[in-house]
Write a protein that binds this ligand. Structure first.
Ligand SMILES: Nc1ncnc2c1ncn2[C@@H]1O[C@H](COP(=O)(O)OP(=O)(O)OP(=O)(O)O)[C@@H](O)[C@H]1O
Length: 252
């Protein structure tokens, strides 16, 4: 479970997030939407402890993380996997080495166990037998899937996704969406997904929260969002649904 209590974040005196209160239950998929620059990625980086809030509390699996040391945060991060916006694979490492990275760094698994885990996770994301491929040989969608396999290698309790479908064609976006949902089912992970893609949000979310000017202006089920009477929410949903994908082809 993740709980943010009165979280505020400022960068150089400029307030980016204001009094954020949000609880994400164990096993829930929470989708965060909002205009560019509204603070969505900042929220993810606060949850994973890469940033400390200016004020407020952040609880991750019953521990308040804002006062923790780097070592303590390192241990908490073992319970979390993150799929970064542009996959962020290590280009000089094979697919298998990318997936194994966290296992080799943070566990004392035997090499045989690591190889079994790599095989299993690659199978889960539909990349059976791609252990030896290099990232440069993969399409944007395949890289995203390797990034997902790496994020879930340690069976994290929490998976954070920053724009997982950005730059992908609708078919690949749909595949990634299905993987987010099946990952939740298979490892019962609490998932937080930042996206601009409203069809994706409606497809995968248990609940959606919309950030606007640094505040959560609406949080609820996809159905409640579709019926929202808040004009900013209605306009955003309509605009984001009707407009074509703005980001074009994969930049990964
Ligand atoms: N490390 C930082 N230092 C200073 N300002 C920052 C930093 N990180 C983010 N910001 C600012 O905070 C604001 C929110 O950024 P953030 O990346 O969280 O937005 P976002 O909603 O994820 O945007 P997008 O949808 O375009 O990815 C932006 O104005 C950004 O310039």
């Amino acid at each position: 479970m993740i709980r943010l209590v009165n979280v505020n974040m400022e960068f150089r005196g400029k307030q980016i997030l204001k009094d954020i209160n949000l609880t994400i239950e164990q096993g829930e998929i929470m989708v965060i939407i909002g205009p560019s620059g509204s603070g969505k990625s900042t929220l993810l980086r606060l949850i994973i402890g890469l940033l400390k809030p200016t004020a407020g509390e952040i609880w991750v699996n019953n521990r308040e993380i804002t006062g923790l040391t780097e070592d303590e945060l390192g241990r908490i991060r073992l319970e979390m996997g993150m799929v970064f916006q542009y996959s962020a694979l290590f280009d000089s490492m094979s697919v298998g080495e990318n997936v194994a990275f966290g296992l080799r760094q943070h566990t004392d698994m035997s090499e045989a166990e690591i190889l079994r885990t790599i095989r299993r996770k690659l199978r889960m994301v539909g990349l059976r037998g791609q252990e030896n491929a290099m990232p440069s040989e993969l399409s944007g969608g395949m890289k995203k899937r390797v990034s997902l396999a790496r994020a879930i290698a340690i069976n994290p309790h929490i998976v954070l996704y920053d724009e997982p479908t950005a730059g992908l064609d609708p078919i690949m976006a749909n595949t990634i969406d299905r993987m987010i949902v099946s990952t939740r089912r298979m490892i019962d992970a609490t998932s937080v997904v930042v996206t601009h893609n409203m069809s994706s949000a409606f497809r995968i979310a248990d609940r959606i929260a919309m950030i606007h000017n640094g505040s959560i202006i609406e949080a609820g089920t996809p159905d409640s969002f579709k019926q929202s009477e808040n004009p900013i929410v209605a306009k955003f949903i309509r605009g984001a649904t009707v407009l074509p994908e703005r980001k074009g082809r994969a930049r990964v």
